[in-house]
Design a binder for this molecule. Sequence first.
Ligand code: ARG
Ligand code: ASP
Length: 726
Amino acid sequence: MKFIFKHLIFAFIYIISLNLIHAGEGIWLPLLLKGMNEQEMQSLGMKMSAEDIYSVNKGSLKDAIAQFGGCTSEVISTQGLLLTNHHCGYGYIQNLSSVENNYLKDGFWAKNKAEEKYCAGLTAMFISRIEDLTTSVLQGVNSQMKESERRAIIEKNIQTILPTIKKQKHEDAFIRSFFNGNQYFAFITITYKDIRLVGTPPESIGKFGSDTDNWVWPRHTGDFSIFRIYAGADNLPADYSPTNKPFTPKHSLPINMTGVNDGDFTMVFGFPGRTNEYLNREGVRQIVEVQNPIRIALRDKTLKILDKHMRADVKTKIQYSAQYATIANAWKKWIGENQGIKFTKGLDKKQNQDVEFTKRVNSNPNFSMYKNILSQLDHHYKESENFNAAKDYYAETFQRNIQIYNFYSIVKKLITSNEKKGVKEFETLRNNYAIDIDGYYQDYQEKIEEEIFANLLQIFYEGCPKELIFPKLKTELSAINLDYFKYTNSLFQSSNFVNADKMKSFLKLEINEMKKALEDDQLWLFYEKMNEFIISDILEKSSQHDEAISDLRRVHMEALMNVFPERKFYPDANSTLRVTYGQVEGFSPKDGACYNSKTYLDGVIEKYIPGDYEFDVPKKLLELYNKKDYGRYAENGKIPLAFIASNHTTGGNSGSPAIDAYGNLIGLNFDRVWEGTMSDINYDRSICRNIMVDARYILFIVDKFAGAGHLIDEMKLVYPKKKKKK
Ligand code: ARG
Ligand code: ASP
């Protein structure tokens, strides 16, 4: 009896652990859920069918999801109210702000529809339909042909098929490759163009914790903002017009007011940008051991310099905060990625997969064509390693971490416009730049840029493979005994575009005078020579390896799918609509430590530092907290703030809805935990978690903090029965 019992327990643990291994990982195509995922999703607690999530016959969840710039957003009322992250709306909120009306600092709430503010350039793209076009796109292609031939046929097929895709006048279509070129799907889309800002909390809520807390759990950021879609009288996309009407969606998400508990099913529906889950060991090694350290080192230096200046001066702080946040976001992600790969022994895991792959290929004559893939991949990765290192060195040193490169690019565009389109075009462009020029230099200081340039130049020069440093730089630096500061200073001193005044004078010149002025512009000459070299000696020489790698990765992907028939494969993220799902759960970031899955408003108060630029708290929020004036948004007397779950998300999933078992909104995705940012190259359920704002915190802020209860009235609040706590 005891014996049987023991076995039962073992079987049970085994089933549970299998379950744990499979759920969580995967970025799935909505139209394939029925065959691939429905059963598993339901076994995790989902009460919907695949057809409720994606349907072409009826309104389904997908009709509430829209791409919003590089982010995701969702419709949460029958009047087109659109929810996304604060950091996704940031640029638009910033554009609408002025010194007198600083919506970033103070927040903004339209009291009625007339006060909602049009955001020029902002669009919301819905997916009407997805179609598998693999057979027709790959028509005429075979495995014997050269890769260049294959590509030409595919390109031609796509051009022929695209116009034949059935769509309405207001719809567009694009075709995208999946599984590294093994499958092709078409996306038929509807894009709305009149989007207006409805409300945003102040940064002290929407960006609470800022860079210090970015990528970090436990988290207390109310990272949301609210927009509204407007449409023409026919409810179809229309250019901005005051007579446009609030959009009536095919579906809008009801809001779950009872929240989540550990183990609850969750799914995230949105537009994840890019992952690389099927790299072999060498592919991951190169990212972790070569590329990430270069990028991290250069950004380390930049951030230290910026921080020093931003702390010393308030104006600098304001000017550079967006630049700082952008540089710091990827920097911190790469650090977390490397730590996570190490912590989960990611390279060993990849190695084991490669070994198993080779074993199966070698023992099955049907797979003989796959015999050399891994060795060929490794060969090309090794051959391209120095090139890739140099690409990162150049991009990080001379382009991404400094703004001066943007001004070089302006000058380059002017010169090229004259060459390509003639002097008329040149003059129009020049005059346009002249009008905006103060704006371009608004968040820029010459001295700071020069300091960064000189410091990064040294790291570049000491680290970049010697043969890939362009000759002009070598000669000139050697001539002054590698005095990086003197060298940088000479570049800046002679340049026409290092500050707004010089650029203004420069923009008054006619084309011939401009060209003359550039003859002595050392910074211009530096960038010109640098770019020539990058094209001729880096890009052209590495392209054979890059192309070989991309072709080999296609075959490798095909091979993986054939060689591991027991595995379920999902295509890497490529900015198309996807579903990921998992369960609410905490995690153990290291031996002896454990994180809960939920945070509360109480944590904001714990982190509160009066007057601090990251951890200040608005007075009104403190008052609500002190009075426990929580309305209907509390859970056991506390305001729920954020939670984590094992949904496989990535950049682009920001603003995606977190959806419960029934299809209600329970949260708003905005980040991942630092320990698990390696999920882009090696998802591991043990530590990969996505971070969501609890929907009730959003409603609490809208209603109690902002007094915008009329928005709540538009929404549909639901109270699904809560499972008893275990
Ligand atoms: N880490 C999140 C993402 O990758 C949020 C970034 C915005 N927040 C920030 N402090 N930079 O986009
Ligand atoms: N914060 C990211 C975004 O903006 C999401 C992530 O990388 O997890 O899309």
